[in-house]
Ligand binder design. Structure first.
Ligand code: KG4
Ligand code: ZN
Length: 335
């Protein structure tokens, strides 16, 4: 089965094509126009998706060396994400499907991130999933179906948001996650004692205190010292976020008695998170699985893969064509 996936939930215009767990094409364009605003402007993102989509989809078909007539299903991201950008992707996919006589399926972006892990490792439920992106930080139980039950989530900022907001305070570019993770290995992870929030037995996260702590630290140090010690600050910031994530993963595995964890979303590209969690897994006897670095952040192949997963299991009840900006990972009881 060949599935073409269209992703437009935020600022990546993307199209991927997968066939039986293999990526035939993965074409995307990150909309650089938002950089000057320090964040994504939804109206501009919608217009850019509309402008870029035809070329991106054509490029993916060329990369896969197939015509649209070989595509069995078209998937688009129906949520969660920004309403305008989602609507552009939905309208584009539905028009393409109507024109070519191909069935179209609205796909959950968060299931897409997990499906990206399955493109790298053939993990089968049940297991625990940690989704860490710019908008989400969630722990879920994944059961055959696939069915998702939320175990815990952030009470304020997402992990990627924490990287990005702290990075912005420090004068780093956007998104700051990759910049912080590039500088961190040059710094001392113990240089500054930043808070690890949400102690205790629950599976929720909180990262907003980190922002306040970084703001206070940068005021105490002053602009020159901040520049001079940027690597140490990045290392300490990354360690605080990674520590908090690792602790809750271990707790979730203990509580659910699951054999392993799949980690996905943009922050799963973080090398320190991969290293620490893998070491913990080796010590404590659980498996860890990550997407390839290229498929960690938003892309179209993951949307195609998530759609294919549901088509394989015949479980498509929750794949409506309407967009839902707040779509949760939790599988509804009737699906
Ligand atoms: O999944 P994604 O591409 O988009 C959303 O669905 O949000 O995730 C983007 C987030 C951004 O916050 C970015 O800073 C973060 O992932 N990110 C990273 C790294 N690469 C991307 N955070 C930490 N370390 C990285 N290497
Ligand atoms: Zn995402």
């Amino acid at each position: 089965m060949i599935v073409l996936g269209i992703e437009t939930s935020c600022d990546e215009t993307a199209c991927g094509i997968v066939q039986d767990g293999k990526v035939l094409a993965n074409v995307l364009r990150t909309q650089e126009v938002h950089e000057t605003f320090g964040g994504v402007v939804p109206e501009i993102a919608s217009r850019e998706h509309l402008r870029l989509l035809p070329g991106i989809v054509r490029g993916a078909l060329e990369e896969a060396q197939i015509g649209l007539d070989k595509v069995d299903a078209i998937a688009f991201t129906r949520g969660p994400g920004l309403a305008g950008p989602l609507l552009v992707g939905s309208a584009f996919a539905r028009t393409l499907g109507l024109e070519a006589g191909i069935p179209v399926y609205g796909t959950n972006h968060l299931e897409g991130h997990l499906a990206a892990v399955r493109l790298a490792h053939p993990v089968e439920p049940p297991f625990v999933c940690l989704t860490v992106s710019g908008g989400h930080t969630e722990l879920a139980l994944v059961e055959p179906g696939p069915r998702f039950t939320l175990l815990g989530e952030t009470r304020d900022d997402a992990a990627g948001e924490a990287f990005d907001k702290c990075g912005k305070l420090l004068g780093l570019g956007y998104p700051a996650g990759p910049i912080v993770s590039k500088r961190a290995p040059n710094g001392d992870r113990k240089a500054f004692d930043l808070p690890r929030a949400m102690p205790g037995d629950n599976l929720d996260f909180s990262f907003s205190g980190l922002k306040t702590a970084v703001l206070r630290l940068s005021k105490e140090l002053g602009p020159e010292a901040v520049q001079a010690r940027m690597d140490d600050i990045c290392a300490s910031l990354e360690e605080a976020i990674v520590d908090a994530l690792c602790r809750k993963v271990v707790l979730a595995l203990e509580k659910t008695a699951m054999p392993g964890v799949a980690v996905c979303g943009g922050v799963s590209a973080n090398p320190r998170l991969r290293q620490k969690l893998s070491e913990l897994g080796e010590r404590r006897g659980f498996w860890t699985a990550f997407p390839t670095a290229a498929l960690s952040t938003d892309n179209g192949a993951m949307i195609a893969a998530a759609c294919a997963w549901r088509l394989e299991t015949g479980n498509t009840a929750c794949m409506g064509l309407d967009v839902e900006p707040g779509l949760p990972l939790q599988t509804p009881p009737d699906a």
